[in-house]
Write a protein that binds this ligand. Structure first.
Ligand code: PHE
Length: 462
């Protein structure tokens, strides 16, 4: 976008480029503008973020009635000392000569040991060639003097004396250019300039695009009334698999799919009742010998569903909306679409009237909020849900459908042994997948490459 600058603005900018800080009065002279033009120009530039106005208060000093008198006839104490130069004097004489200033003059002279009281009268002991305050008095003289030209230490005692010094507070405005104004290159001929073109690129600190996506997803769920639950990244197989009705010989549990913590077996994996009922469910429905030692094996969680089921088993809610979000791990070959660790989002709704229709409605709403509108549902299989569905979303750029979230209603074989009585709608999936759509990436590894050029170019708002 190009921005047209008025001739007045250009003159002010040019002048401030020469002399960076100026008062409006300076600008009138340096830019050859009237006071009114300067005033208007400054307002315009301020609105366009091109000028900054710094207001400061400064003192200006001038002499009061007694100050002027002292300037003409000398400070009271100086006049006293002068009278004593010819020799000691009687108090009555001094009183007559000095009038109302006699008292203060005597007080100061005594205090400073310039005089002494003797039998012959007041005697001069010392007559400094310059008394405190004399210099500053002369400096201020008949005019007005800004604070920076006077010596504070000399001025302070005089300020305390009545009617010596008058202090006026004057407001000054200092105009300077902003960073972007300094970058403007003014071309005298055209009159119109492109403000944005010349601004140097700056790379401010920013959050990682993937982190932005995670935050956005978290915000959507919170906005939809879900609360977050969290849990460990390491889990006994019991919660990652068994409680989810995944048989112990299921291929997903094999070493080439799941990371096991070497030789670590959990002592307490659940309540005795939970273990007994889960094992019964496996034996009865899958018809095999269920081994508790297999369930004790610790794994890096392969999905966030273990957090969900643990939460449900503990709380047995009649109604709930929760989500969990975090890293999961799979022993896969790293490729443009697979990482060994990635992030998942998972949500559930519990309620006596919750249906598959609600589940799909929530998906639609979530995708809409993240900016995806073309979606469809496809049947699929998970050991723990029935029916099981998968969302497919249309990638406009690649012109093809891609799988996103898995979902379904938890099977009674999952819920019943754990004492969960109400239907549980559950769904979950990879966050990097969503982020790839958002940032139009074809390689998931880009999120972890720390390539500065990409990180800087990934726009904050999609
Ligand atoms: N756990 C599944 C996955 O990792 C997603 C899912 C969650 C499916 C909840 C159904 C219910 O892909």
């Amino acid at each position: 976008m190009s921005q047209v600058l008025h001739d007045i603005e250009k003159k002010i900018i040019m002048s401030l480029k020469d002399t960076p800080k100026q008062t409006p009065e300076n600008l009138e002279e340096s830019a050859k503008l009237s006071p009114d033009q300067v005033r208007r120009g400054i307002e315009w530039l301020k609105l366009k973020n091109l000028a900054i106005v710094n207001e400061s208060k400064k003192s200006v000093f001038s002499l009061g009635k007694n100050g002027i008198e002292s300037l003409q006839q000398g400070l009271p104490e100086r006049r006293l000392l002068n009278l004593l130069k010819k020799g000691p004097q009687k108090i009555s004489y001094l009183q007559k000569e000095l009038g109302p200033i006699f008292g203060p003059a005597m007080g100061l002279a005594k205090k400073n040991n310039w005089i002494e009281t003797t039998a012959e009268g007041i005697l001069l002991k010392d007559s400094p060639s310059e008394l405190p305050g004399e210099k500053v008095l002369g400096r201020i003289g008949a005019g007005k003097v800004p604070e920076k030209y006077v010596d504070k230490s000399e001025l302070t005692p005089l300020l305390k004396r009545p009617d010596f010094i008058i202090e006026d507070i004057v407001k000054t405005r200092e105009i300077s250019l902003t960073y972007s104004a300094k970058a403007i290159e003014l071309s005298d001929s055209s009159g119109a300039i492109d403000v944005e073109a010349q601004v140097p690129e700056v790379f401010v600190a920013r959050t990682h695009p993937l982190k932005d996506t995670i935050d956005e997803i978290r915000e959507i769920f919170v906005r939809l009334g879900f609360s977050e639950i969290i849990g460990n990244m390491t889990q006994p197989s019991f919660w990652n698999f068994d409680a989810l009705f995944t048989p112990q010989d299921h291929p997903a549990r094999e070493l080439q799919d799941t990371f096991y913590l070497d030789n670590i077996s959990a002592k307490k994996i659940g309540t005795p009742e939970q273990i007994r009922k889960v094992s019964e469910s496996h034996k009865k429905n899958w018809r095999y010998h269920w081994d508790v030692n297999e369930a004790r094996k610790m794994v890096l969680r392969t999905h966030t569903t273990c957090i969900t089921i643990k939460h449900l088993a503990k709380n047995k809610p009649d109604e709930a909306r929760t989500f969990s979000l975090g890293r999961v791990f799979r022993n896969e070959k790293v490729s443009y679409k697979h990482l060994v660790e990635f992030n998942q989002i998972e949500g559930i709704v519990v309620g006596k009237n919750a249906t598959l229709r609600d589940l799909m409605g929530i998906q639609r709403e979530f995708y809409k909020q993240i900016g995806i509108t073309r979606i469809k549902f496809w049947p699929t299989f998970f050991p723990y849900t029935e029916p099981s569905l998968q969302t497919m979303v249309y990638n406009e750029r690649l012109g093809k459908w891609v799988e996103l979230f898995g979902m379904g209603i938890f099977r009674p074989e999952v819920t019943k042994p754990l004492g969960i009585t109400k239907p549980v709608l559950a769904w979950g999936g990879g966050i990097e997948r969503i982020a790839m759509l958002k940032y139009e990436l074809d390689d998931v590894r880009e999120f972890y490459n720390n390539r500065l050029s990409w990180l800087r170019s990934a726009s904050k708002c999609q």
